[in-house]
Each structure stands twice: as structure tokens, then as C-alpha cells.
Design a protein around this ligand. Sequence first.
Ligand code: ADP
Length: 488
Amino acid sequence: MPKVLIVDDEKGLRQGTKRLLESEGYEVDTAENGTEGIKLGTENDYDLAIIDLKMPDIDGIEVLKEILNKRPNTICFIATAYASYDTAIEATKIGALSYIPKPFSPDELLGNLKTGYEKRLLLLEAEKLRKEREERLLEISFEKTRLNTIVNSIIDGVVVINKNGELVLTNPAALKYFDIDNAIIGEYILEFLPEKISALIKKILGNPTFTGTSYSEQIELKPNRELVGDVSVSPVPHHDGTVAGVVLVINDITELKKIEYIKSQFVSMVAHELKTPVAAVLGFIRIILDKKINIPEDKKTDYLSRSQNRLESLISMVNDLLDISRMEIKTKQREIRDVNIKEIIVSIIEFLELELKKKNVTINTEFEEEHPLISADQNEINRLFTNIIGNALKYNKDGGEISINIKTSRKFIVTKISDTGIGMKPEEKNKLFQEFFRAKNDKTRDIPGTGLGLSIVKRIVESYSGKTEVESEYGKGSTFTIYLPKKI
Ligand code: ADP
């Protein structure tokens, strides 16, 4: 039922109109002056209002303004006996639907109200649609923000490109891989990407229909394996079955590639180190077995004993390698208990007694009275110091000296092992602790070894969160300092 407000100071007309409209099914309120008209018209949402132009307190134009200001969807008519062209124009300018000259016939009035009410329904419908659209927009923008937040927090790089090769979306992680810091959304971007990647993108975008086939490529994004990415390029489908664009996802595989590289280096090094002694022994055996070469018996013995030496060092190398591999894959069962470094060193010195005498090397030890313990596997600590003290003897001069002292610092037990041996050149010292590294000079030529001892030392020390320092002077001697954390 349409609601109508009649604002008119003429009582007869007010009541007459009210009766007429009520008989036609309208719900009607009346106001006898402008002030009351404004009050009713702004407080209630009328469908229609008929406002008299000339009233003693406030004129109709003012009432119209106030009502429309508060209720822009109320359809207002101005009614007056003093119709003038100017006021008609003004009233419609302000927002009145039309002008009804007084006196009006019932048909005239009803006709106007009917049109007005149709307009009112349209306005309400439009308003409803607008509100719905606003709500939907709000929802979309909320969805968009949420999506952006998600994409921005992905640790892999994400770049979305449309079918024209223009940037649609990117996340901060992607900037690490591609030089697109300054690229703006909507900019042609393919030339900023590595050639291999832009070729894959073009391949996908060049396909008229969406196939769902993705490609991926491992790319060195910074030289020397500093940054390697696994870039996957996938098409994004359009609802009509064509390709709307591509999405790139970039995954950092630098660490993986580094490990792969080190592994392959290590394998080729091991193969090389194993091949040399095996080839030498094979050579000796061939000579001995060759019927055409009649080698004297003493030469044969010499070849056999040389083969024996080679094979012995090969066995010790294989044992070292097994140790390294057990440590790496941590299959080695550790027995962690209180270990006293001083006791270990004393027992190593006893063990080496014969060889020390042979080389006429003396050992001086300096231990503090009190010895904090470390928590460790006794065998590993024994292996660690046997390697270092063994080297201090092996690379010493005849009649040389070894000094061992153990001190404690706030966090560590610090063991210093110095020798008066052949020492190392700075470039040799830098390569120490690398697998198979052996200094190659006149002084080391005849000293046997695998080049694995110190890399085992390094692994053991690091596994206990300790550290190793080396000082050395070529021809004078070396000092190895081992820091192992005190037992807490
Ligand atoms: P190995 O002794 O079996 O060769 P290591 O890994 O124990 O293997 O040592 C690697 C290399 O470091 C040795 O070949 C040697 O050149 C050098 N080195 C180690 N300890 C000393 C030392 N105390 N004095 C001089 N050179 C040393």
C-alpha cells in the first residue's frame, strides 16, 4: 500500500484529498503547515508527498528541499493555485517530480500519483541493486586482499603474466630471482626474464588452446651456483578454453645443487684416489706374470713388497672413507659419556712410544691440574687426537719435538699440539681439511698418507660444535689448536 504525505494549510483540501486517496487504497498522513511537513516527511519514508507551495510558516520549496535531502527516494509533487513558470522550474530542479495546479480533479491527482509511484518503485529497485553491487565489490576487494596476502607470504617466487606478456601479479620472493624490481603491473615483462624462461612462456602463449601442459627448467640465476632456481611455467586457462596467461613458480634449489656438486666432486676424487694404487699394483702383477719378461727373483720381491705397501695404504684409505661415510649418514652408534682429554692424550703418547723413539722425537706435555670433562664418544675423541698427534710425529724432523698443552677457557677445553716439523706453505695451509689434500713438496714426498685424516678431524670437531685453528710456518713447524665445549 503506497504511503502518501499531504502538506497543506487548507484544511478542506487536506481532508478531501486524504479521503479520496484512502478510498483508492493509499495510506495517508497529513501535515497542516511546513514545519510539521518537514518533521513527518523526514522522519518517515513516504513513497509520495504532495506539498503545497504557499504556506504561512515555511514555503513548499523549503519543505521539498528538506524532505529530499533526508529521503531522496520520496517522490514529491508541488501543488499550488499560483502556478508560475519559474517556481515550476525551480521545484523540478530541486527534485520534485512535477507540478500539480490547483484545483485539481481526482483523475488528475490519481494519474500523477500513479506515475510517481511507478517511478518510486524503480528508484527503490535501483537502490537495491546498487547496494548489492557495493556489497559484492566489497567482497571482491576483500577476496583480492586476502589472495594478495597469501601470495605475498609464499616463500617460492610467484609471477603471473597475461597472454600479452604483461605482468599481472608478483610476490616479494620473486624479486630475488628476476630483475623485476622496477617492473610495473601491466608492463611487458618477457625481456626481463632469462631467455630460456621467456621462450617457455612464448611457447605456452603461442598455443591457441589451453592444454594444461607445464614446463620446468633449472636455471643458474647467479653465476658459480650462487643462486639456482627451479622455475615451473604453467598455463592459466580462460573460461572459453583458451590460454589466459601463465603462472611462474620459482623454487630455490641452490643448496641442493651445491650438495649435488660437492657429491659429484667427491665421487670423482675418490675414484681417482682408488685408481692410482690399484693401477700400480696391477702393473706390478702384470710384469711378474709376463712370461716374456724374465725378471730376477729379488726384483720380483721388490715389486711384491711395493704392491703390499700400496694395498695397505689403500685399505687404510677405504677405512677412512667408511668412517667419513658413517659420520655423514650418522649411522655410527655413538656412546656419549664423560671423556677426559688428558687421559686420552697420555694413552696416545704411550701407543706411539715406539715410533717416537724411532724418529727420536720427544713430547713435552703441560696440563692444568683440574680437568673439566667433555661429553663425547671416547673412540671419536681418540681418533681425533691420534690423527693430529700422529701427523705432528709423521711430519716432524728427526730429533724434533712435540708440545701438547691443555687449558680451559670459559666455554671450551683448548688443546694445542705444536711440532717442530716441516710446516706448511700458506697456500697448503688453506687447503687443509679438504678430502684427499696432501701437500706435495720435497719434504712430504716419502711420507705415506691418505689425505683424509684431517677431514675426519674436522667432521668430529664440528659434530661437537667445536672448532679447529692452525698456524704453520714452512720449514719450522705447525700448531693445531682444538676447541671442544666443556661438559655443562
Ligand atoms: P695424511 O697425513 O694422510 O696425508 P691428513 O688429512 O692427516 O692426511 O693431512 C693432510 C695433509 O696436511 C698432509 O698430507 C700434510 O701435507 C699436511 N699436514 C697435516 N699435518 C701436518 C703437520 N703437523 N705438519 C705439516 N704438514 C701437515
